[in-house]
Design a protein around this ligand. Sequence first.
Ligand code: IMP
Length: 453
Amino acid sequence: MSNVTVVGLQWGDEGKGKIVDLLSEQADIVVRFQGGNNAGHTLVVNDITYKLSLLPSGIVRKGKLSVIGNGVVIDPWSLVDEIERIGKLGVSITPQNLIIADNACLILPLHRDLDALREENAGPKARIGTLKRGIGPAYEDKVGRRAIRACDLGEKTTLQNKVERLLIHHNSLRKGLGAKEIDTQELLESLYKIASKILPYVKPAWKYLYNAKGQNKKILFEGAQGAMLDIEHGTYPYVTSSNTYAGQAAVGSGIGVGSIGYILGLTKAYTTRVGGGPFPTEQSNSVGKLLQEKGNEFGTVSGRSRRCGWLDACMLRQTVIKEGVQGIALTKIDVLDSLKEIKICVGYKLDGKKIDYYPSSQIAQAKVEPIYETMAGWQTKTQGLRDFDALPKAAIRYIKRIEELLGVPVVIISTSPEREDTIVIKNPYATDNTENLSAHSALLGRTLADASR
Ligand code: IMP
């Protein structure tokens, strides 16, 4: 298996930065394929903390190529700032180690404005709790076929025509929302200015990936956000505006669907969520507080405190099946170290009836009550453990139960933010794909009810 796709299975913040960094050691190329600078991946390498938003996590390693794929929406000003900020930490970023897909769409200041205006004008219940980075409005313009793309930065006439067209749409919206209209020339001038800093990286990224495939290079696809924030499969409308599912790695980078490789899904040993929206296993009590404090659950990008709760195996299993996940990386197990009892949600009750899946209706999503299984905690330190056999028995039981409930193996366990504090049971790059395919079809042969017993 020469490629691996890493995706979050919850509402983001599963610890993808660390796992991607770990795997990027074996990869030649790291690719972002969706989202934008709403992502926040923290890497701790040799005591230096790197907070990345848009740059692929491979950027901190020498000799790796980082690709920002066409499925990503790019705020060029924010990207230039990030390149400078990470550069100051001693990482050299040049067109030799960073490529931006020429067909990727841009986030403009007007998208940020619109994101903020909408959130501010929404009532507390309708507010999505976005990061106000303009992600949603930028994807709207992409689908509306009026977005500015990275390649347009090199063509003055195209840029002028497209900006004029874009402003007809945005200025009427702005008028309606009581915001100042945007001047065509002013926007064009600022785009011309930033273009010179971005264009050296802008290339047909798909070609580099195709060539890399021919040379048997290893590619790592780095997902951002998480499955429950997926625009189609998540807790709509409390979602982000991209497809966060693994399949998007192919469309969002221009590599064939058969080339995304082993699909590694990440979940914390508990659940968190930032922003609004349903969260059946949320614990607004001392357990939630403990998880938040021990897990340092505060947003990388926004600094907002994250809502915390028990692991939702029912929701996770649904995602594993729908997304085709082949193995699990379980992160932050050490956060549970002091708990006497640990709960796992194995199904829900809806209007008094048991159900074994998470429904799509907004009312039902908010109404379901979790059915919990309670397990004994281990009340000893797992933090920093690097050997599976060193884990306390109760922690092993918890991990095994997660495997049973999800129907796929836990292949990586993370026991602290440090790169070395990781138990690798099975290296996703060393996995035989046929083995995974048969494991997956065996899983699909079982019913959801079997797993939640
Ligand atoms: P947007 O992506 O900024 O439009 O925000 C939409 C929703 O996705 C909000 O609830 C955000 O809090 C959430 N979100 C976006 N990016 C991330 C992330 O990287 N981690 C966790 N939540 C995120």
